[in-house]
Design a protein around this ligand. Structure first.
Ligand SMILES: Cc1ncc(COP(=O)(O)O)c(C=O)c1O
Length: 475
């Protein structure tokens, strides 16, 4: 510790006693401390007692605007009253993706160490844009990206960048793929996440260059269909460039045949992009690893730590196999950045995506790995996979239900027995409405089904059993 203090850069400055106010807008330090403790206590209350609160709560637009809105405040207000209003009104009326009975969409079971890391990064206003202006946070991000790379089995030298989430990470990958491979046709499946089609449209891929292929009866993209489409496109004079595979579809947790798609891409000289936004962290544990075999063969791979690596929003990650591909796509220079340009062996992360000013999202991820160790995270991921298997067993043993797709990477889908076309959305809405649990219905080949995503390790078996029971309740 002594060494660290000795090396503190401020020691070298020999400055007079600090005369600067502690807060840019004049809050005195004692008040800052008092309010900060209140915030810590509120967040701890949320972690300790959140499971007793409704999983989702909403209030009508007019009511929320009535309490939160009004004219721009001209004069200072009571900070505790304002913070209480945030906790009791704004933050109470939302989905609590970290609640143990939040099974909807993809939960976000954030861990406390990650929150601490986020607070530190925000409190120090950390920036990870250039080496000159953020060497420490940049180094942390490079370390985190390399940890993710090695955990997912990608080769040394693969590079990456953190983004706000899966949509932006996928977009960053697709822009880089087009820059490297040139314009041409992209192949997706009918289970590819909707954000990818939006990414492609936004980045100017013409609709005729976006081929959506039908999935097989396991909701996976058949490699034969991709091969046939590529062959047809070449024959008709189009230029195949990118295959988008999904490692854990949002609807059912299905994983496309990654090794076979990688073989095809290698022989056809196509870029294989793998969207593992929710599913890829499954590869950290043994059970998930076998389902995700081949993920390491991707040219670009996306995963979202704010989904299944126990991080608060937001943080997505992109890993790219080819060193320099991101920099050659996103390199930017500006006159005023001349003295903030990386030297040899340094990295300017602003050159790896469309963000210039960038939050230091890696700080929380780094702290999470350091505090818990990957072993604890691995066990927590494995638990999420097991919970869906438990749900599947409960459903299979209950004559009122039919399992539609088996538990895969923490997702199971199911429908009421004997109902070909019953809409399951009302059952999900009822359970969501009373605040007990959050469940989504979805549609598979035109059939409405219910879906549980069980990736929160705080969930208990009885949380699952009671949620299924309530879904069965016809009233
Ligand atoms: C497979 C997949 N890809 C992409 C996304 C988009 O991620 P984000 O919401 O972080 O932008 C999601 C979100 O659920 C997803 O499940």
């Amino acid at each position: 510790m002594g060494d660290v203090q000795d090396e503190h850069p401020a020691d070298a400055l020999d400055m007079p006693p600090d005369e600067h106010p502690a807060d840019a807008l004049g809050m005195p330090p004692d008040e800052m401390r008092r309010l900060a403790h209140w915030v810590v206590d509120s967040v701890l209350d949320h972690f300790e007692h959140g499971p007793l609160q409704p999983v989702i709560a909403a209030r009508p637009f007019d009511e929320l605007m009535g309490v939160l809105g009004g004219p721009v405040p001209e004069e200072p207000g009571d900070p505790l009253a304002a913070m209480s209003c945030l906790v009791d009104v704004a933050l109470a009326h939302m989905q609590h993706g970290d609640h143990p009975r939040y099974f909807a969409r993809v939960p976000g079971p954030s861990s406390f160490a990650a929150v601490l890391g986020e607070w530190l990064a925000t409190g120090f206003n950390a920036i990870a844009s250039s080496w000159a202006g953020g060497a420490g946070p940049t180094a942390v991000e490079l370390v985190v990206l390399d940890w993710l790379r090695s955990l997912l089995g990608m080769p040394e030298g693969a590079e990456g960048v953190l983004t706000s989430g899966g949509s932006l990470a996928n977009l960053t990958a697709l822009v880089a793929a087009r820059r490297v491979g040139g314009p041409g046709v992209v192949y997706l499946s009918d289970q590819t996440h909707a954000s990818i089609r939006r990414d492609l449209a936004a980045t100017g891929f013409p609709p005729e260059h976006v081929k959506v292929l039908e999935t097989d009866d396991r909701y996976c993209m058949p490699v034969e269909s991709v091969a046939a489409a590529v062959e047809r496109d070449r024959r008709e004079g189009r230029r195949p460039t990118v295959v988008v595979a999904t490692a854990g579809t949002t609807n059912t947790g299905a994983v496309d045949p990654l090794p076979e798609l990688a073989d095809l891409c290698r022989s056809e000289r196509l870029w294989l992009h793998v969207d593992g936004a929710y599913g890829a962290p499954g590869a950290l544990c043994e059970r998930g690893r076998s389902l995700l075999a081949g993920i390491e063969l991707a040219d670009s791979l996306v995963l979202d730590p704010h989904k299944w690596l126990f991080q608060p929003y937001d943080v997505g990650a992109l890993l790219v196999r080819h060193p320099g591909a991101l920099e050659s796509t996103f390199d930017m220079s500006a006159e005023y950045l001349a003295n903030a340009t990386a030297g040899p062996g340094e990295v300017d992360l602003r050159d790896r995506s469309l963000e210039l000013s960038r939050r230091a999202r890696a700080i929380k991820v780094w702290l999470t790995f350091r505090v818990y160790g990957v072993g604890r995270m691995r066990a927590a991921i494995e638990r999420g996979i097991e919970l869906a298997e438990h749900a599947e067993r409960v459903l299979a043993d209950d004559g009122r239900w039919q399992v539609v797709t088996p538990a895969q990477l923490g997702i199971v889908t199911f429908a009421r027995t004997g109902t070909g076309h019953e809409d399951h959305a009302p059952a999900a809405a009822r359970v969501n409405h009373d605040g007990f649990a959050a469940v989504t219905s979805t549609t598979l080949r035109g059939r409405s089904v219910l879906r549980l995503c069980t990736i929160n390790p705080r969930t208990t078996e009885s949380d699952i059993e009671e949620t299924i029971e309530r879904l069965a309740d016809p009233v």
